[in-house]
Write a protein that binds this ligand. Structure first.
Ligand code: KG4
Ligand code: ZN
Length: 355
């Protein structure tokens, strides 16, 4: 294990996460406890329940993370927690726990931006990797696709600037909303992706947003998909895929085709923006991260796109695509190397903050 040993905490939404990352950016342990069962009856995340669940889950989650890494709290040299964006009550739990540990053990503390965690997550390393402290490339383009963000960033020597972002809904958000309209349980994105695999993308195609520039827009696609569902219901009758969740009934083929067309358009927009950016200014390295980076079609199309364009693609490993604390510890490690630490008493949680 190389120094410093970083403890990361992430509680921005509905996952309670704790991880240990060593000084070479290797993940020694990453524990994520999902609160899905607690929120499912409400069809989405209930902020107060999230906060209470974080408090209840933390002792077991942190104990497991330390045990799996084979270290004790005493060995931790740097402490990090997410400061936002996210649900303030949920963020406050993790941030306060992190501050308390840093205060008690007299360790430097980093309050990390959630997106900064995702942005650098493709460069996380496995425990077996050699202990050379390989920093991320000094220049790369980062694409973060999640439930709250669809953003393109330029990163240069640790300085992050925004190239483009969504003007309305985020990519993951529209997967969730379309899935919700079909009666699927939260989070709908992964299930919509699974169902789209069974459809024929060309059977019910939806247009790709023709937005100018590098910004994204997904609300038009969402409206079109919802309208198509309404149209289909006129001939098929009300559609509620929750009833089919036990696997006894296959969803109608028309719906599967529609979801396939929807997903192709959503992914097509990402590729169109990358094309545009690459034409303006060739991309050497592209790092893709965030919950939607788990999307099957995106994971097939991106390597093909990178190959065609001679781009070095760093696609976040599937296990670190969703929210996790390893990415928070890792982002803190990179900050720590640059000599920056946060004032324990000044660091605050915030629901919306620029990166
Ligand atoms: O990064 P993340 O875990 O949380 C945020 O920071 O938002 O991303 C969660 C989002 C949700 O909208 C979820 O439905 C979506 O990622 N998602 C997917 C897939 N897996 C997760 N969307 C499409 N296809 C997937 N396979
Ligand atoms: Zn996230």
């Amino acid at each position: 294990m190389s120094s410093p040993l970083v403890l990361g905490i992430e509680t921005s939404c509905d996952d309670t996460a704790c991880a240990l990352v060593d000084g070479a950016g290797r993940v020694l342990s990453s524990v994520v406890s999902s609160q899905l069962a607690a929120h499912r009856p409400y069809g989405g995340v209930v902020p107060e329940i999230a906060s209470r669940e974080h408090l209840a889950n933390w002792p077991a989650v942190s104990r497991e993370a330390l045990e799996r890494a084979g270290v004790s709290l005493q060995d931790v040299e740097v402490v990090a927690a997410t400061r936002g964006p996210g649900l303030v009550g949920a963020l406050l739990v993790g941030l306060s726990l992190g501050k308390a540990i840093a205060f008690a053990k007299k360790r430097p503390f980093h309050a990390v931006h959630h997106l900064e965690g995702h942005l650098f997550s493709p460069f996380l390393r496995a425990p077996g990797d050699p202990a050379v402290p390989l920093p991320p490339p000094s220049r790369f383009v980062g694409l973060v696709v999640s439930g709250g963000h669809t953003s393109l960033f330029a990163v240069e020597d640790g300085v992050v600037s925004t190239l483009g972002e969504t003007r309305d809904d985020a990519m993951g958000e529209v997967f969730d909303k379309v899935g919700k309209r079909l009666g699927l349980p939260y989070p709908q994105g992964p299930r919509v992706d699974e169902l789209a695999e069974l459809g024929v993308p060309g059977a019910r195609p939806l247009p790709v947003s023709r937005f100018e520039g590098l910004d994204f827009s997904y609300s038009g696609l969402k409206s079109q998909a919802l309208l198509e569902i309404e149209r289909l219901e006129r001939t098929l009758g009300p559609i509620d895929l929750a009833e089919d969740a036990d696997g006894e009934r296959e969803p109608p083929q028309e719906i599967l085709d529609l979801l396939a067309g929807f997903r192709t358009s959503a992914v097509g927009q990402v590729l169109a923006r990358l094309d545009r950016l690459h034409q303006r200014q060739p991309i050497a390295t592209l790092a893709v991260s965030g919950g939607v980076a788990a999307n099957r079609l995106l994971r097939r199309e991106l390597p093909a796109w990178a190959e065609r364009n001679g781009v070095d693609l760093r696609l976040v490993p599937l296990v670190y695509s969703g929210d996790n604390a390893a990415m928070i510890a890792h982002a803190a490690l990179l900050r720590h190397r640059r000599g920056a630490a946060d004032d324990l008493f000044a660091a605050e949680a915030a629901s919306r903050i620029p990166i």
